[in-house]
Structure formats: structure tokens, C-alpha cells
Design a protein around this ligand. Structure first.
Ligand code: SAH
Length: 265
């Protein structure tokens, strides 16, 4: 995988520029209006980096053009340095709308899909969500975005190697409201329930009942689920809203996520 990034670096010699200093907040123009990155902790320069404010502004403007309108989601996407979560060889692809490998056969979703899912999770809310459960911590990028959007984040990962990687990636950010859990997310995390939102970054054949049980009334679950013809490995994004009367499922667009697997590894 590192070779992909090397090849890309060679193709575009003028890019990236060096990252000089920790990013100050910057004003962004997006079709949805002015988006202000929330002041957060930024890591010291990595040595290899990019002019990350400008490229993130560009990414956010594109997300807005694609129809993402939730300003909190756009602000979080503008603030979180996605290039810090990927391998150094992939740094200059970090703000392209593409999924990227994060090791152990897993991928970080493309920004457009991440923003879309976060918008669906937060729909109808002008303020922060309460406690949210994320299934599939991966490298910790989405958990970091969630830390801007929710009061508390419980994020579960079944692969020890990625759980450790996310822990390392988040260490310097000192996000007091993010709890990384090494465990099988299929069972959810009952101790934190009920959740003001549940979001999964891996898709199974069906939604685990535990997730629906652990969702608060009025909250949304956003997850990829296998769909389409039998034998075909297509997935759709599914939104489940829990109401006092029951649950309402809405099937959204086709997506492509890594499989939801049981057990630890
Ligand atoms: N949100 C992540 C994307 C991770 S990719 C990020 O921002 O990087 C999906 C992740 O789900 C993988 O790391 C995979 O190991 C994990 N996963 C799959 N099945 C799981 C399960 N049952 N419990 C917890 N994590 C799971």
C-alpha cells in the first residue's frame, strides 16, 4: 500500500506544501454558508504534511456542493486533520473523496460518505447529540469527528491492532469525551445505553438487535446493511429511527463498507 502514495507523490511534484504550524481556525466558504472550524487541539507538524487548512476548506466546499448542509458536520470536517490518521505515504490523498487503507485489510471511508452518515445521525438537531456509540473505530478519524458533534463517544473495535492504532492517533488530541473500547460491537455496549445515536462503519447481513435495543427513543441508527440480490455483495445505507411507537427503517443509497465480523482478533 505505501507504494500507492509514493506513486501519487511522483505524479504531482508540486503538492503537498509543507505544514508549518499547528492549524489556526479559519473561515471557510461553502455553499451552505460560512463554516467556522471549531477550535480544537492540533498536533505538531509531522515533518511530512500539507497545507491542511486550504485543502480541508476545499474538501468542505465540495461536501457542501454535494449536498451536505449541516454546519456542525461541515465544521467538524473542517477541523479534523484527516491526514494525521493515514499512513504517511497516503498523506497527500487524505482530502480527496476516496477511501484509504488503514491496515489489517480495513479502510477509512471517503469523506463524502462519512459526512453523509454524520448528517443522518445528527438530523433534526441544532445542538450536540448526547452519548453516541460507534461500531468500528478503525483509525479513529470518525470517532474524532464525533467528539465535536456529541457530548460523549463510545467507539468499539474488534481488531486489537486498530484499537491500538486509534489510541495512538487520539493520544495527543486528548479528547476527554471519547472512550475507545476493544470489543465485538455486534453486541453493542449496553453499559452506555441508551444512545442518542449509533453509527456503524462495517456492514453485516442484518442489523444486530442489540443496536436497536440500545438506541434511545428519538435517536437514529445509521449503518450499512447487505442488500440486493442473493449472492450479490451489495450494501445499502440504512437509517433506523426509534420512536415511542416502534422503529422506522429507511433504506438510502448503495454503499461499500468492510464486513461486520464477530469475535475479536
Ligand atoms: N470509522 C473508522 C472506519 C473503520 S473501517 C475510521 O474512521 O477509521 C470499519 C472497522 O469496523 C474496521 O476497523 C473493522 O475491524 C471494524 N469492525 C468490523 N466488525 C466489527 C465488530 N463486530 N465490532 C467492532 N468493530 C468491527
Amino acid at each position: 500500500m505505501p507504494n500507492m502514495g509514493q506513486a501519487n507523490l511522483k505524479k504531482r511534484p508540486g503538492f503537498p506544501a509543507r505544514l508549518g504550524l499547528p492549524s489556526p481556525p479559519a473561515k471557510l466558504s461553502a455553499s451552505a454558508g460560512q463554516v467556522q472550524p471549531v477550535p480544537g487541539r492540533h498536533l505538531p507538524p509531522q515533518g511530512i504534511g500539507m497545507d491542511s487548512i486550504a485543502v480541508r476548506q476545499n474538501m468542505v466546499a465540495k461536501l457542501a456542493q454535494q449536498g451536505i448542509s449541516n454546519t456542525q458536520v461541515l465544521s467538524a470536517m473542517a477541523s479534523v486533520e484527516r491526514h494525521r490518521f493515514v499512513d504517511t505515504a497516503l498523506v497527500n490523498q487524505a482530502y480527496e473523496d476516496t477511501s484509504l487503507p488503514i491496515g489489517l485489510g480495513q479502510t477509512i471511508s471517503k469523506p463524502g460518505v462519512v459526512a453523509r452518515m454524520l448528517e443522518l445521525l445528527c438530523q433534526g438537531r441544532g445542538t450536540r447529540l448526547g452519548r453516541v456509540l460507534e461500531i468500528g473505530t478503525g483509525c479513529g478519524y470518525q470517532a474524532t469527528l464525533l467528539s465535536h458533534l456529541c457530548t460523549e463517544v463510545y467507539s468499539m473495535e474488534r481488531l486489537r491492532g486498530l484499537h491500538d492504532k486509534a489510541r495512538a492517533n487520539l493520544r495527543h488530541l486528548r479528547l476527554a469525551n471519547v472512550h475507545l473500547l476493544f470489543g465485538d460491537g455486534i453486541a453493542g455496549y449496553a453499559r452506555g445505553a441508551p444512545y442518542a445515536g449509533i453509527i456503524a462503519a462495517a456492514g453485516g447481513d442484518a442489523l444486530p438487535q442489540a443496536w436497536i435495543d440500545q438506541l434511545a427513543v428519538g435517536a437514529f441508527l445509521v449503518a450499512p446493511v447487505a442488500g440486493g440480490p442473493i449472492g450479490c455483495r451489495s450494501q445499502s445505507l440504512v437509517v433506523v429511527e426509534k420512536t415511542a411507537q416502534g422503529v422506522r427503517h429507511t433504506v438510502m443509497e448503495a454503499v461499500h463498507f468492510v464486513p461486520l465480523k464477530s469475535g475479536l482478533a
